[in-house]
Design a protein around this ligand. Structure first.
Ligand SMILES: NC(=O)C1=CN([C@@H]2O[C@H](COP(=O)(O)OP(=O)(O)OC[C@H]3O[C@@H](n4cnc5c(N)ncnc54)[C@H](OP(=O)(O)O)[C@@H]3O)[C@@H](O)[C@H]2O)C=CC1
Ligand SMILES: Cc1cn([C@H]2C[C@H](O)[C@@H](COP(=O)(O)OP(=O)(O)O[C@H]3O[C@@H](C)C(=O)[C@@H](O)[C@H]3O)O2)c(=O)[nH]c1=O
Length: 291
């Protein structure tokens, strides 16, 4: 008889993968995790993916791998699609062949932001840029190639690991006297720790309501609000100026509104989700940056 669940993690050295690695150090559950990074397991190589899944009897695969550079993707379309579409297709096919449940992470950037109420899982994606398009195409490959999957769309992920807006603001806020941040893009920051908690709950409780889910922290913010809260909580004095997106031109257009409706995941996991401000205080404490 099988002793404990076996979980394969791809993209294990990125922000989400590192957060997951940290979280399992304090879990009391008997789950065997195998963390891989892009050198151990390149998801864009079908042969390697098949070989890896064949090696062990994995119950779950958590796909933390992805191409995540939103602006660079505009000039790097081929690479973004190779990882976020083709790579995810490989994982979906292999997971299907080896009876492994796939937990795949997607993004609020699959939406165009033209709605004015929180996006539901059933709303039609219409990405504005290449990154969002590549993530949407990846979602479609999962849906097309397998049955037992969770696609979790999340937004504005941050933590003490990897590259993210929270860490950029801590750096710039300390280096500069003045900063300008857009106030006309509205969404919700998500602590990677809270997302990991939800992912682990799916596995531990063997949730079998497969499908697409939305997950972010509770509450609403603009990037300007988020930056201001980062500075307040971390005791950083900087002159922060609210600006419109047109005053901060970027290669990729971002959705002006990308709030995610989380009713479905809260109901299925029978859980509450912390407000983004509360989680920001936690992550700031972990970072050791609170004054
Ligand atoms: N960051 C955010 O704000 C949000 C992220 N997401 C999604 O969450 C997921 C995790 O994001 P996050 O942790 O922030 O991203 P990171 O960029 O921090 O990590 C992604 C990881 O994927 C790895 N990777 C890239 N290409 C491959 C490949 N071909 N095979 C295997 N691994 C590969 C990278 O490794 P290497 O560095 O060696 O290339 C990196 O470690 C992504 O799918 C992303 O789209 C969703 C919403 C918001
Ligand atoms: C650094 C900076 C950014 N901005 C703006 C640019 C942009 O519109 C917004 C967010 O900036 P960033 O480029 O850091 O974040 P961005 O890479 O757009 O973040 C996105 O990443 C991908 C992976 C996702 O899936 C999304 O959910 C989202 O988190 O803030 C400023 O206005 N001032 C600044 O000083």
């Amino acid at each position: 008889m099988k002793q404990s669940k076996r979980v394969l993690v791809t993209g294990g050295s990125g922000q989400l993968g590192s957060t997951l690695k940290k979280a399992i150090q304090s879990t009391t559950e008997t789950i065997d995790f195998v963390f891989t990074d892009s050198k151990d397991l390149d998801i864009s190589n079908l042969e390697s993916v098949m070989e890896y899944l064949n090696k062990a009897d994995f119950d779950y695969c958590i796909n933390c791998a992805g191409y995540t550079q939103v602006d660079k993707a505009e000039e790097d379309e081929e690479k973004a699609l190779f990882i976020n579409e083709h790579g995810v297709k490989n994982l979906a096919k292999a997971c299907h062949s080896y009876n492994t449940i796939l937990i795949h992470i997607s993004t609020d950037f699959v939406f165009d932001g033209r709605k004015s109420s929180p996006y539901l899982e059933t709303d039609r994606p219409s990405p504005l840029g290449i990154y969002g398009l590549s993530k949407y195409k990846g979602e479609q490959e999962v849906v097309r190639n397998m049955d037992r999957y969770f696609i979790i769309r999340t937004s504005w992920l941050y933590s003490e690991y990897g590259h993210n807006f929270f860490k950029s603001m801590l750096k710039y806020g300390r280096e500069r006297d003045q900063l300008s941040v857009v106030f006309d893009q509205i969404g919700t920051p998500t602590s990677a720790h809270d997302l990991v908690t939800a992912i682990l709950k799916i596995i531990v409780e063997e949730i079998d309501n497969y499908g697409i889910y939305h997950f972010s922290n509770e509450g609403v913010a603009s990037w300007y609000d988020f930056a201001q809260a980062i500075f307040d909580i971390n005791g950083i004095q900087v002159d922060l100026k609210p600006i419109r997106s047109k005053e901060y031109p970027t290669p990729a257009e971002r959705p002006s509104y990308s709030l995610l409706d989380k009713s479905k995941i809260k109901k299925v996991l029978k859980t509450q989700i912390p407000h983004w401000r509360k989680s920001l205080e936690e992550v700031s404490k972990n970072m050791g940056s609170v004054k």
